[in-house]
Design a binder for this molecule. Structure first.
Ligand SMILES: [Zn+2]
Ligand SMILES: [Zn+2]
Length: 177
């Protein structure tokens, strides 16, 4: 019957065995560190919270491999980049829906270049007298040719020009409105 204790002592005192065990432990330790590091990085990509990723890392430090599995289960499904992309897609869909023009009175679909609503005859656009482009009826200036509809046309009304020359700015404004 061989002495098992003596064999074990001889085995553990072997330099190669000692080296292998140490190497294995260091290797495991680095995997452990990498695991914690990965969890913190991954959590940072999934939450804007500053503390949560470190708490997740701490969980893996304490629980080790089960902590990693636990993190994989409870982590937010989407990364922040994914969420941002999805949000952009949703917004562009919404913008597309808003571009469909409807009549403000009867809410029937109308074309962008309609002057009147064909259903309820609401005035939708008017034609700029200067450049003949279609503009909104509430605009007081043409965005295409900068024609100001409130400003008095001094070239036509010679009397107004004389009043302006007289320097009574208030008076001309009253005439204008
Ligand atoms: Zn209408
Ligand atoms: Zn115009």
């Amino acid at each position: 019957m061989p002495d098992l204790g003596a064999i074990w002592t001889q085995f553990t005192s072997n330099a190669l065995v000692q080296f292998t065990v140490r190497f294995g432990l260091v290797y495991l330790f680095f995997i452990y560190l990498a695991m914690v590091f990965w969890v913190v990085r991954d959590a940072q990509q999934r939450t804007e919270n500053v503390i949560m990723p470190y708490l997740a890392g701490l969980m893996v430090v304490v629980l080790n491999l089960p902590g990693l599995f636990l993190y994989m289960i409870v982590r937010p499904r989407e990364t922040l980049a994914d969420a941002y992309e999805r949000q952009l897609a949703e917004e562009s869909l919404l913008a597309e829906a808003e571009q469909r023009v409807v009549c403000p009175t009867c809410h029937e679909r109308v074309q962008e270049d309609y002057i009147l609503c064909p259903t309820c005859r609401t005035r939708l656009k008017r034609m700029c007298p200067s450049c003949a482009k279609l503009i909104r009826p509430e605009w007081s200036i043409c965005p295409y040719c900068a024609k100001d509809f409130d400003e008095r046309d001094w070239t036509v009304h010679a009397g107004g020009k004389a009043a302006a020359a007289a320097g009574s700015r208030d008076a001309t404004e009253k005439i204008g409105t």
